[in-house]
Design a protein. Structure first.
Length: 104
């Protein structure tokens, strides 16, 4: 995951990587926590910051759960996605080079 490779194994990069990779759907805090390992309490603190920054958006309410999605309409979110994709590609290329060395 691109942003985790750059910013470390912290809650915000984990959440952003999850939301950008799965940007076609929306998720509750419980779903995001289950997929990323970030605690529900931490998500309650982090998600409003991401929404306020325009990187994530609230999409709807399902029962009592608020649903969130990566905001593909935000210029900041688009640039973060481009950065993460470039990092992912570089990581994959480096991994492929290492595998080729092992096989040789």
């Amino acid at each position: 995951m691109g942003l985790v490779h750059v910013f470390g194994d912290r809650p915000i990069p984990k959440v952003l990587d999850f939301l950008r990779v799965h940007s076609e759907w929306d998720y509750s805090l419980k779903d995001i926590g289950g997929a990323t390992g970030v605690s529900f309490r931490t998500l309650q603190r982090v998600m409003p910051e991401l929404v306020e920054g325009g990187i994530a958006k609230k999409t709807r309410t399902e029962g009592r759960a608020q649903m969130y999605q990566f905001n593909k309409e935000s210029a900041i979110a688009v640039k973060l996605d481009e950065l993460a994709t470039a990092v992912d590609m570089e990581f994959l290329e480096e991994h492929a080079k290492q595998k080729a060395k092992i096989r040789a």
